[in-house]
Design a protein around this ligand. Structure first.
Ligand SMILES: NC(=O)c1ccc[n+]([C@@H]2O[C@H](COP(=O)([O-])OP(=O)(O)OC[C@H]3O[C@@H](n4cnc5c(N)ncnc54)[C@H](OP(=O)(O)O)[C@@H]3O)[C@@H](O)[C@H]2O)c1
Length: 250
């Protein structure tokens, strides 16, 4: 159980992030919660809310993140854990490839996360054992239909955190990358295809916090889906020709 820590959660207004905030507050942590619209957090009960600090920001906007960095300094002198969870998904509908959509997804999922790392890292280094946790996706293991933007942004994020882990080898900060499968949230509510092994946000919270507490470099869930996709990554022709086409929009 994670107790008495100072934790920054991005993407805290909905889905996995909101569930993480509730659990971390319930365990007695101080939580700094970020998203563009934090209205959903105003309904939390008062005892929990006293350890909750709202840090609204748009991670896709450099000016907003400069302001967030200054505001963060007024909230805390250090961070024990940063869970960089904010993300968006936009699907590609061929034959039209909208490069603006690709840019939007990369600007939030990849560049936006790097803006958060820029703020979090100096504060994590002030903790005796900080954890920088990135929420990637199992979609980065093999190419999914219509996920040219989303899946590629998560694969870029994997590389980014891998490189960071090498560069932070001698620092007290541990880098942890968590790859969820399908989780029932507003992000997946709009999906019009079958989502195998979909789990509830509470399960995602359990897995993410376990990975952070155990200082796992990599953690993927649910296990059976992760194993299957890793196997498919070794048999890409089978995945590309047989299985992946079945996941296309009807
Ligand atoms: N659900 C899944 O099946 C699944 C699977 C694998 C990975 N993931 C990853 O898990 C993370 C959370 O997803 P979710 O399913 O919980 O989605 P969600 O319910 O749509 O939540 C996304 C969160 O990100 C925030 N966000 C989006 N754009 C932002 C921006 N420009 N600046 C700041 N915050 C922003 C949203 O808040 P505002 O709109 O208020 O800004 C919201 O709090 C994402 O990184 C997603 O890629 C999800």
């Amino acid at each position: 159980m994670i107790v008495g820590k100072v934790v920054w959660v991005t993407g805290a207004s909905s889905g996995i992030g909101l569930a993480l905030v509730e659990r971390l507050l319930g365990w007695g942590n101080t939580v700094i919660a970020s998203a563009r619209n934090l209205g959903s957090l105003e309904s939390l009960t008062v005892p929990l809310a006293s350890k909750l600090h709202l840090l609204p920001c748009d991670i896709g906007d450099a000016d907003s993140m400069r302001a967030a960095s200054a505001a963060m300094e007024t909230l805390t002198e250090h961070l024990d854990i940063a869970i960089l969870n904010a993300g968006i998904c936009e699907y590609v509908d061929l034959p039209r490839l909208d490069s603006e959509s690709v840019a939007r997804v990369f600007n939030v999922n990849m560049v936006g996360t790097s803006r958060c790392v820029e703020i979090a890292l100096p504060l994590l280094e002030k903790s005796p054992a900080g954890v920088l946790a990135g929420i990637s996706s199992l979609s980065s293991v093999v190419p999914f239909p219509r996920a040219e933007a989303y899946g590629a942004s998560k694969a870029a994020l994997d590389y980014f955190f891998d490189a960071l882990a090498i560069d932070l080898h001698d620092s007290p900060v541990t880098v942890s990358v968590i790859r969820p499968g399908f989780v029932a949230t507003p992000l997946t509510d709009k999906n019009d295809f079958d989502m195998p092994a979909i789990v509830q946000p509470e399960r995602a919270v359990r897995e993410i916090l376990w990975a952070i507490e155990s200082r796992k470099r990599w953690h993927a869930f649910p296990k059976r889906l992760a194993w299957t996709l890793n196997l498919m990554a070794m048999c890409k022709p089978f995945w590309r020709r047989i299985l992946a086409p079945r996941m296309r929009k009807a």
